[in-house]
Design a protein around this ligand. Structure first.
Ligand code: MN
Length: 702
């Protein structure tokens, strides 16, 4: 017991507590800043600020309530949902508090492996400084702040624990680290199935290390074997058992004679169970990028690809890259220098290379990777600071003074970033109130049709099904939803019914030898047609509708006004040729002012009310109608329509919102404008269910 309470161990514990408290405290800056923002709260707690978080929250909610609903896409078997449900069961806090604070509390655990790794090289000051910097540096903060309820909250913590145990294993050769390393892998794989990338890099590096420096170390071969067993592509509970079995075998002295056989066996098992397959698939995808899937027996329909509108995968500048890793470009350069020095001094730190490499992928693969380099380069900076302080002076007091000041200097830009980073919640309270009400109206098996951005939150707050969400939004699934939102009521209503019924049908097992096509293609074929154009035309004429299996609701939020043109793109494409079709004209202005008789709407758009024309750049276009909408004291919407010219654009003034819309006839007749902006619904097709200024919900009557 005496060895456990050494001064070094006590100091380690104190440093961990300091760093953890610091990391959590800085994440509370956001909470402090928005303490009075009632529009960001639901059920008395802040709402989360990442869309994907609602996916995990939905899964956790269903686990807690013991609900398993086939084909509702709720992630009840995934780790993030399971861990959340577990916390919710054992902790006395509300579910809303748990999903809001969990990221801050778990991600701050990153300080533990950082300090423990530094302990191995007996430089605890380096560990503390690295933990302070690494836990709050720019990109790590962005992806682990309060409310950022996503797998990121452990995506750095778990590989760092793995790194810690590999380093301690190689350095101490203690048997316990064989087990810890294997369980780290198990845990990491459970949390994040893509973890195989880092696991296999650590393994390869260990192999290389062993062949170069420790060819005779039986321990290293044991470690290599047990890591592979933990990485087998079989169920986690089998791997759990196999790890113990192997550990028991290793505890028998005889086994050392057969260590090479055991290693070869593990390698064999790794390949046979398909452990290498995901890596091989990735490689194949890189090498054969041009292979196009054959559309056998299909109509060869074309859809818009989402990649064209998602910008995350874009390249980033070097300065952004450096800022995101270290908070400042100077800190980044110094950290790199310190890191090289650290590798030179402690060879064992070479095991940090895979994480650094993954972080540097951000330069080509998108900025979300930078977080992997954060703790590694934090070590570099921390080492530099502690080394310089040792060379500077012999006085302990001066040394600590220098270390403190230097640490504050590298922390400062990161603190400034945190202070300025005021991310809003995904939804506002008024929108969530609508969804929460809808929960009591709609059944769990009903569908809510909405643009994919709102899919996860709708499923979480209303406990319903959706057609699209943050993980399901290919061009083919977006087409019908885009069509529903941007076409006239009759076509929209029919498409909504068809898409829901065909989505449910797509969950049924396929007959042998049959291939599954997109919903639109299945619809075209179900009506005995070959040309999608004929089908779309028929939607506005006489067409027999399928039997209704459940209710369908349409969710139309105010915030969709900003993305209406993007929504429209997905269904304004010629399905046969892939050519873009004429988009509906939809222009929104909130920043307008009167100038003489004219109203300037911005972007060179000018409304001349007297003449009834709109100037767009050099064009002069007639106004067909001028519409004014307003809410009265009882929150009832009123609309006044004045017809002006026979043809032309419509100008809509949403007076209660202070918004001007300039739209063409096709946008004017779209479901969104008719049902959300004007509340002018066809009673045969829709029943209003919830009407508020922020969001409106209608039930489909057909
Ligand atoms: Mn569900």
């Amino acid at each position: 017991m005496n060895t456990l309470f050494t001064t070094e161990n006590k100091r380690t514990l104190v440093y961990i507590l300091i760093a953890y408290t610091f990391s959590v405290a800085l994440r509370m800056v956001w909470v402090y800043q928005f303490a009075d923002a009632q529009s960001m709260k639901f059920a008395g707690e802040f709402m989360i600020n990442t869309n994907d978080g609602y996916f995990w929250a939905e899964g956790a909610r269903d686990i807690i309530n013991g609900i398993s609903q086939p084909n509702d896409l709720s992630p009840v078997t995934q780790a993030a949902s399971q861990l959340t449900a577990f916390f919710s069961r054992i902790l006395p806090f509300t579910f809303e508090s748990i999903i809001f604070y969990m990221s801050a509390l778990l991600s701050s655990l990153v300080v533990v492996p950082i300090i423990l790794i530094a302990k191995r090289v007996h430089n605890l000051e380096m560990g503390l400084i690295a933990a302070l910097l690494g836990s709050i540096a720019w990109s790590y903060y962005n992806r682990t702040m309060v409310g950022y309820f996503d797998t990121d909250m452990l995506n750095i913590v778990l590989p760092l624990f793995l790194l810690w145990s590999v380093i301690w294993a190689v350095d101490t050769k203690e048997d316990i680290y064989l087990l810890i390393t294997a369980f780290d892998i198990l845990l990491y794989r459970w949390w994040y199935p893509q973890s195989y990338a880092l696991e296999s890099s650590f393994w390869l590096l260990l192999l290389l290390w062993t062949l170069l420096f420790e060819r005779k170390s039986i321990y290293n071969y044991k470690l290599l074997s047990i890591m592979l067993v933990a990485m087998l592509n079989i169920d986690g509970s089998w791997r759990f058992g196999a790890i113990f079995a192997l550990f028991y075998i290793f505890s028998q002295k005889k086994s050392e004679k057969y260590i090479y056989h055991i290693l070869l066996l593990s390698i064999g098992a790794y390949f046979i169970t398909g452990g290498f397959d995901p890596i091989w698939d990735k490689l194949k995808a890189y090498v054969f990028t041009t292979t196009v899937a054959k559309d056998e027996g299909g109509l060869g329909l074309h859809y818009f690809t989402v990649m064209q509108t998602v910008r995350e995968a874009g390249h980033i500048s070097f300065e952004t890259f450096a800022n995101r890793i270290s908070g400042h470009i100077v800190t980044f350069m110094l950290s790199l220098a310190g890191y090289l020095w650290l590798l030179y001094r402690y060879k064992i730190m070479l095991f940090t290379l895979p994480m650094l490499a993954l972080g540097f992928l951000a330069l080509t693969g998108g900025l979300r990777f930078t977080i992997y380099a954060v703790p590694v380069l934090a070590f570099g900076m921390a080492f530099l600071i502690s080394e310089i302080s040792h060379r500077l002076t012999n006085s302990k007091a001066l040394r600590y003074l220098f270390m403190s000041l230097a640490t504050l200097a590298v922390l400062y830009p990161n603190y400034k970033h945190i202070e300025a980073y005021s991310v809003p919640t995904v939804f506002n309270a008024a929108e969530v109130e609508v969804l929460n009400k809808l929960k009591d109206i709609a059944q769990r098996e009903d569908y809510v049709v909405a643009w994919w951005d709102y899919g996860y939150p709708i499923r979480y707050y209303s406990d319903v099904k959706t057609l699209t969400d943050g993980g399901k939004h290919s061009g083919a699934v977006n087409y019908p939803v885009s069509y529903i939102l941007t076409r006239p009521q009759l076509q929209a209503a029919r498409m909504a019914r068809l898409d829901v019924e065909f989505t449910e049908k797509s969950f049924q097992p396929l007959q042998k030898g049959k291939k599954r096509f997109s919903n639109i293609e299945e619809m075209v074929k179900a009506y005995g047609l070959k040309d999608p154009q004929q089908f779309l035309k028929a939607l506005g004429q006489n067409i027999e509708m399928p039997k209704k299996s459940r209710d369908v609701y349409i969710y139309l939020p105010l915030r969709m006004m900003d993305i209406f043109p993007t929504v429209a793109i997905f269904s304004h494409i010629d399905l046969k040729t892939g050519k873009r079709l004429q988009q509906p004209f939809f222009y929104k202005s909130t920043n307008f002012r009167q100038k003489g008789k004219d109203i300037l709407l911005g972007d060179g758009v000018r409304l001349d009310k007297e003449k009834g024309v709109v100037h767009i750049g050099k064009q002069e276009l007639p106004v067909k109608r001028f519409v004014k909408t307003m809410y009265d004291e009882k929150m009832q919407l009123h609309t006044e329509i004045s017809n002006i010219h026979k043809n032309g654009l419509s100008v809509i003034f949403l007076s209660s919102y202070r918004i001007f819309l300039v739209v063409d006839e096709s946008a004017y007749n779209s479901l969104y404008v008719q049902l959300f902006v004007l509340q002018n619904f066809d009673k045969k097709l829709f029943t209003p269910v919830i009407l508020t200024p922020y969001a409106k919900v209608y039930r489909l009557n057909i």
